[in-house]
Design a protein around this ligand. Structure first.
Ligand code: M6R
Length: 368
């Protein structure tokens, strides 16, 4: 049933091109117009939305953090992301024009379920992004947008994560289309770029041997750090979470701009640091992160740099370079996450851990 793979996680990592393609399937026209009639919220209701709050746990919350950048950019609707476990304990401001978006692969996560119940009591509309048909969270929501990733068995979420980002993007683009916002003309372009993403993910999978070898080299690491900016920041958080949960080693993700505000103090000789470099086209973010790479390398970090094809600026400062296809900035997490998943999986395997069933963890956390 593992389809020839040693672990479900490996199988699910390999299924990601399909998971993304299936989540896109049937949800747009050939000319890039979104069609999400299945959602059960009318266009009028969506036009009313003046605030979005995403609630989720763990990896799903990182998909939400990625989505915030895209949703605010396309729709100009303020979007917050909150850990579901914190949400209802802080007296959030909710009303009929608030759209609460829950993200959950299993649809059974207790904290997320409690958050949406609370939101509905406060009269907010709840739309859930979920991978499991008929599970509790979609049943208790006003509207549902399913990810079509197929069953995810490994405790570590992989194809769930990528398909959640895609579903959030479909929602963001649809809202922009319905509201007719000024970035609406980007919709068809982004849809067409999304269509190319499965091939980009496949390329990352085809190149994964170098990542596996790197994991073997780094088996003795006590701590691994991850840096990113913009949508690369939640990717860094996700890379660190994967490593913690599978390899049981200390790992942390940082926003690269925060380095000087504290984290740079933990950089010491030989510590591996993954850096997700934004596309060059993106404002000055690429230049800024290149100088962050220089700074940490000067302090002895072993830099593992993820950069797009053709970015030569990073070459002198990369101890190890992982190339990614050129994609729009907002789509980069869909390719950048893949080597981080492979790395965590391989390192855990090398350490002799049960990759699919890490200690102390359950696939769905049905208690608070
Ligand atoms: O089923 P859910 O998406 O609601 O699960 C949320 C988290 O428990 C989940 O993503 C968890 O963080 C994973 N083990 C991460 O790999």
């Amino acid at each position: 049933e593992k389809g020839g793979y040693d672990w479900f996680m490996l199988k699910e990592i390999a299924e990601q091109p399909q998971a993304v393609a299936d989540t896109l399937l049937g949800r747009h026209t050939v000319d890039g117009q979104l069609q999400l009639d299945e959602m059960r919220l009318s266009d009028d209701e969506l036009r009313d939305v003046d605030k979005i709050i995403i609630v989720a746990c763990g990896t799903a919350s990182y998909a939400g953090l990625v989505a915030k950048y895209a949703i605010e950019h396309w729709t100009r609707i303020p979007c917050e992301v909150e850990l579901a476990s914190e949400f209802r304990y802080r007296d959030p401001i909710l009303d009929r024009s608030t759209l609460v978006v829950s993200i959950s692969q299993s649809g059974e996560t207790m904290d997320t379920l409690m958050a949406i119940r609370y939101a509905r009591q406060q009269r907010a509309r709840v739309l859930s992004i979920c991978n499991t048909n008929g599970s509790t969270i979609p049943r208790e929501s006003d509207a549902v947008l399913y990810t079509h990733a197929g069953p995810e068995i490994a405790v570590a979420s992989t194809k769930g994560f990528l398909s959640q980002i895609v579903a959030c993007y479909l929602l963001g683009l649809y809202l922009a289309q319905v509201k007719g916002t000024k970035y609406g003309d980007e919709i068809a372009d982004i849809v067409h770029e999304l269509e190319k993403i499965p091939a980009g993910i496949q390329r990352m999978l085809d190149d994964a041997d170098q990542v596996r070898k790197l994991a073997q080299d780094l088996v003795g690491s006590k701590s691994v750090l991850f840096l990113g900016r913009h949508v690369g920041f939640p990717v860094a958080l996700e890379g660190a979470l994967k490593l913690k949960e599978l390899a049981y080693i200390h790992a942390e993700g940082f926003a690269a701009g925060e380095l000087k505000h504290g984290p740079i103090a933990v950089i010491e000789e030989g510590v591996p640091v993954f850096v997700v470099v934004p596309p060059k086209a993106r404002d000055q973010l690429q230049e800024k992160i290149v100088s962050n790479i220089q700074e940490i390398r000067a302090r002895g970090a072993r830099t593992i740099v993820l950069a797009e094809d053709g970015d030569e600026d990073v070459v002198p400062y990369a101890d190890h370079l992982i190339r990614m296809p050129k994609v729009p900035t907002l789509l980069q997490p869909l390719v950048a996450a893949v080597p981080l998943q492979v790395f965590a999986c391989e390192l855990a395997d090398q350490l002799g851990h049960d990759v699919d069933q890490p200690r102390n963890l359950a696939k769905s956390v049905t208690v608070e």
